[in-house]
Design a binder for this molecule. Structure first.
Ligand SMILES: [Zn+2]
Length: 337
């Protein structure tokens, strides 16, 4: 049986719409702990691919280009598994600040990282790193496993591999690039295996394609599946309770949107959570926003138009987390009776 710090825990995927600096990292973590989020993440205020790749840019192995990276030194990239890693600075800062409060460590997965990398500057599909299965599932996955290990060493409780781009290589591409489902699962397992955190999960948002199921159920290291469900309720049809029981897996369900700044009414969000609990019973162990709040940089203006306002977006993010936490408390209270 899963051991959580609260019968139905609350968490957050990771990001906020604040500029990246130490003050804002401290502020976001402080606010999440104040709200009482059971497993707050180290706040992700910068891009979740470059967070793990900027040391390779410094070493000259990668070169950043508009929204992507080019592998400049293929030789060195092939030997990534030999490099040492240091955990991201915001992760180190957060664990100090939390002083014992259990934290979630988001770690971007190999497929998602590779989906933003190219082997030549033409950025064509042919030079996409994803086409080099050997590099993605080998050295890159092993390199990320070292980050997993470093999070566990720092004292993180809940390690979550974020793989939103996994859906990109499913369907036609999986055969085009020669990926086998069990090989992908093995690579993600390899990343998680290096970490001795008490909880491990995977976050995949968007619509879950049926081909994903075999991969997810082959992730022996994962206990918690974290998906987008509030904005994409049909993702709740992806699993059956029985399947989850048979594979001994649990769900972290999205009970508020990460896309719209409109703060959900507590009752409406609770109703959604109740439906999921009715359906999956004790397999629902965590509630959270669908995804990160990185995109919540805008709010509705007085005429209903969209206005860029980072502070207002951040404040909406916190209000949503308050709704999430109230739901976690309400559902936990019911379980106690
Ligand atoms: Zn997501």
């Amino acid at each position: 049986m899963l051991q959580l710090n609260q019968p139905i825990a609350s968490s957050h995927v990771g990001s906020f719409p604040l500029p990246f600096n130490q003050q804002n990292v401290a502020r976001a973590l402080h606010d999440m702990m104040q709200i009482g989020v059971t497993y707050p993440p180290y706040p992700q205020l910068r891009d979740f691919v470059s967070t793990f790749m900027h040391s390779l840019v410094k070493k000259g192995i990668l070169q950043p280009v508009s929204g992507a990276f080019i592998v400049k030194d293929l030789r060195a990239f092939e030997e990534l598994h030999k490099l040492e890693v240091s955990p991201p600075e915001e992760a180190v800062q957060s664990i100090r600040q939390a002083s014992g409060y259990p934290l979630r460590a988001p770690l971007t997965g190999p497929v998602t990282i590779a989906s933003e990398m190219y082997l030549s500057s033409d950025l064509s599909q042919k030079s996409w790193l994803l086409a080099r299965k050997d590099l993605v599932l080998g050295p890159l996955a092993e390199y990320l496993a070292k980050y997993a290990e470093s999070f566990a060493k720092l004292g993180y409780h809940f390690l979550v591999v974020d793989e939103p781009s996994l859906v990109v290589i499913l369907g036609k591409r999986i055969s085009m690039y020669g990926y086998k489902q069990d090989e992908i699962a093995e690579a993600i397992n390899k990343v998680l295996k290096r970490a001795s955190t008490s909880l491990k999960g995977i976050h995949i948002c968007g619509i879950l394609p049926p081909q994903l199921k075999d991969i997810l159920f082959s992730l022996d290291e994962v206990e918690i599946y974290d998906h987008e469900t509030f904005d994409t309720p049909k993702n709740l049809d992806f699993y059956t309770r029985r399947e989850l029981e048979e594979h001994d897996k649990y769900l972290a369900i999205g009970v508020v949107s990460s896309k719209t700044p409109k703060v959900e009414d507590f009752k409406e969000a609770l109703k959604f959570a109740e439906k999921a609990v009715e359906r999956f019973g004790d397999r629902v162990v965590m509630v959270k926003p669908d995804c990160g709040f990185f995109g919540l940089k805008w709010v509705y203006g007085s005429k209903g138009e969209m206005v860029i306002d980072v502070e207002a977006g951040y404040s909406a993010a916190l209000s949503k987390l308050r709704v999430v936490q109230s739901i976690a408390l309400e559902l936990s209270k019911r379980l106690a009776h």
